[in-house]
Design a protein around this ligand. Structure first.
Ligand SMILES: Cc1cc2nc3c(=O)[nH]c(=O)nc-3n(C[C@H](O)[C@H](O)[C@H](O)COP(=O)(O)OP(=O)(O)OC[C@H]3O[C@@H](n4cnc5c(N)ncnc54)[C@H](O)[C@@H]3O)c2cc1C
Ligand SMILES: Cc1cc2nc3c(=O)[nH]c(=O)nc-3n(C[C@H](O)[C@H](O)[C@H](O)COP(=O)(O)O)c2cc1C
Ligand code: FES
Length: 594
């Protein structure tokens, strides 16, 4: 199985398609052979950034074509590349179009013509009739016209300035076509978001099944970080292609997210008339299953089961809510700081060995003040919420805690250990850590605070004792382990963090995490939350016997999916029953009783 990591490919050909769009052609056999229309790849310009680009064509002989618009730093740098130069590509990512019916209409705007070109070619290969409606501001911006005609599609164009075809919007063309009695069994669309919203309105009225390809900020590209969130869906994994109905109860067409995760209007210059416009459609209230054998009370909080997601696996309240529905008994937020942070450039999350990952997200977060709306969405699931926070001075942490004081959370988790950001200092300075915990405690008391540490410092147990003395109510172990993976051909770091450093997670942490929990249990008298490389029920059992009473799952959500929560719960219950335990609490620390 291929790892989710960029492979270097030589640019075989380049072709200017319009003033701003260039076609890039590679020989990338493994990617091309797996690709489906609507999927995308991550294109890495080493040392600059890595961006998501839809697949415009993928042939059985391994040729892969992308159409890239010059819109910002990375795309501009790619436009400077010449034939013979290399770029990194990983993928294919996401879920593509499922082409159905004999008569299909495709509505394209801008570089949306690229993925639809691939869809049209597959549809034509299987003999379907394809009507393509393509829109642009002016004639020179219409893409892939020749390709569509060569494929035998019925192409109709609309330009806003009337320089070619229908004068006006492509959605007006669709409206006219539907009003004239044209019937389609399916509509596929890709282009500007508001164009697709209108397409969905028209096709809903005409009762035509519709799929649209959506854009959000893509960082990991594989369902880890949550930056691509759309109403709790992960655009990089659940999408980018969605059925129109799936988007009806989301913010599609109203608001999107900045690289920090902050909610922003879809059209930036349309100023929002208040925060109320950036709200979600509320999810259905969810109550977790009653499973007495898994219930526990830790730090005075009742947990329906001991599983939670690890911090950083999602920003949005709706994604956290989804974890609860999938079986998590508690929800942990992304770490929140005082100010909004974009995080580092991509690549930010890569797979370095099977189920072993490295990330350098750089603590992207919308800022604590902007986070209340996410918590409100998450509270539709009746499980305890844990707010993860960070900061590198006492004053900053106090301020974060002051704002968080009235948020609807049961517990706080202080991330003292993000190993690849400037905040490493906290974990390296026990006196600072102690002062920070005391300050947070003063602000949020009686809410308990867990402190999260990593193995990157010499003596994690000593640090944990410092945290306990300062008033930590629980200890979370472990955070990621420092690493600096390189691309060996170019001999440069793979991660976008300017230092090249990141933190390892997943399989590489399983053994070390369990050992640290064992050592902590020997010395501490506060509860321990185990995290690091939990993939199986055996990992839960080992962590519990070593001393953890709650368990956070992170990287395994990428490789195993959200179903992992219910599978782990089921298998844990079976184990406990089979071995005569009446409650999970009886397993905790058992390894120390021998
Ligand atoms: C699934 C998907 C498929 C895409 N397919 C294509 C394609 O086929 N051709 C094409 O030209 N563009 C495509 N894009 C958009 C493309 O990824 C962005 O234009 C690109 O990331 C901009 O990066 P930049 O550094 O050049 O610009 P920046 O200076 O970073 O920003 C320019 C604009 O691009 C947006 N943007 C920046 N980073 C991302 C990101 N990681 N994900 C989404 N939007 C971003 C910003 O919000 C801003 O509006 C696609 C995006 C997604 C999500
Ligand atoms: C993409 C990603 C983002 C993360 N973000 C945070 C974070 O914001 N705060 C934090 O305390 N830990 C963060 N972590 C660390 C995890 O919470 C967890 O401690 C680590 O990944 C080990 O668990 P795992 O092996 O199950 O992934 C992040 C890890 C990853 C992979
Ligand atoms: S980009 Fe989709 S979850 Fe990270």
């Amino acid at each position: 199985m291929r790892l989710n990591i960029p492979t270097l490919y030589t640019i075989e050909a380049l072709k200017k398609e319009s003033r701003d769009v260039k076609r890039f052609i590679f020989h990338a056999e493994e990617i091309a052979q797996e690709s489906q229309p609507g999927q995308f790849v991550m294109v890495w310009n080493p040392g600059v950034d890595e961006i998501p680009i839809s697949i415009a064509s993928a042939s059985p002989d391994g040729m892969l074509e992308l159409a890239i618009a010059d819109v910002g730093e990375c795309s501009h740098s790619l436009h400077q590349k010449q034939v013979g130069e290399v770029v990194g590509v990983r993928g294919p990512c996401g879920t593509g179009f499922s082409i159905r019916g004999e008569r299909i209409c495709m509505v394209a705007g801008g570089y949306g013509a690229a993925p639809l070109r691939f869809a049209a070619s597959r549809a034509r290969e299987s003999g379907k009739r394809v009507v393509v409606l393509e829109g642009a501001k002016r004639s020179t911006e219409l893409l892939y016209k020749g390709d569509y005609l060569k494929l035998g599609c019925d192409l109709q164009v609309a330009t806003e300035d009337g320089s070619e075809g229908y004068k006006g919007l492509v959605t007006e063309l669709l409206e006219e076509l539907l009003a004239s009695g044209e019937r389609f069994e399916q509509v596929l669309s890709c282009g500007p978001e508001l164009m697709m919203v209108r397409v969905c309105e028209l096709t809903k009225r005409a009762q035509i099944p519709t799929q649209v390809s959506v854009e959000r900020i893509i960082k990991c590209g594989c369902g880890a970080c949550g930056s691509c969130d759309l109403g709790g869906y992960q655009v990089c994994r659940d999408g980018p292609v969605f059925n129109a109905e799936a988007l009806e109860r989301t913010e599609f067409g109203r608001w999107t997210r900045a690289k920090s995760g902050k909610r922003i209007p879809v059209i930036p210059h349309v100023t929002s008339r208040g925060a109320f416009e950036l709200v979600s459609t509320p999810p259905v209230p969810f109550t977790p299953a009653h499973e007495p054998i898994l219930q526990s009370t830790v730090c005075g909080i009742d947990f329906p089961n001991p599983l939670a997601n690890a911090a950083g696996f999602g920003v949005s309240g709706k994604l956290l809510y989804r974890y609860a529905v999938a079986g998590a008994g508690a929800l942990v937020t992304k770490s929140l700081g005082l100010s909004e942070r974009e995080g580092y450039p991509n690549p930010t999350f890569l797979e370095i060995a099977p189920r072993s990952y490295v990330n350098a997200m750089g603590l992207p977060n919308p800022g604590i003040r902007n986070y209340k709306v996410e918590l409100e969405d998450a509270t539709y699931a009746a499980v305890p919420l844990v707010l993860s926070i960070f900061g590198n001075t006492v004053e900053e942490c106090r301020e974060v805690a002051k704002i968080a004081r009235d948020y609807p959370v049961a517990m706080l988790e202080f991330d003292a250990s993000c190993p690849h950001s400037e905040f490493t200092a906290v974990e390296n300075d026990p006196r600072l850590l102690s002062s920070i915990i005391k300050a947070i405690r003063e602000e949020v008391h009686p809410k308990p605070i867990a402190v999260k540490i990593s193995p990157n410092i010499g003596a994690p147990v000593g640090l944990a004792l410092v945290a306990q003395r300062a008033g930590a109510a629980a200890l979370t172990a472990i955070n990621t382990v420092l690493a600096r993976p390189t691309e060996t051909t170019l001999d440069i770091p793979l991660l976008g963090n300017p230092t090249g450093y990141g933190g390892k997670s997943g399989k590489d942490l399983t053994a070390g995490g369990k050992r640290i929990v064992f050592d902590l249990y020997e010395e501490l008298n506060i509860p321990i939350i185990g995290v690091g490389g939990i993939f199986s029920v055996q990992d839960l059992i080992d962590y519990a016997k070593n001393g953890a009473c709650l368990f956070q799952v992170g990287s395994a959500l990428v490789s195993e999916g959200f179903e992992l929560f219910s599978r782990l719960k089921k298998e844990l219950q079976s184990y406990l029953k089979a071995h005569g335990y009446t409650n999970i609490g009886e397993l905790v620390g058992e390894a120390h009783k021998r």
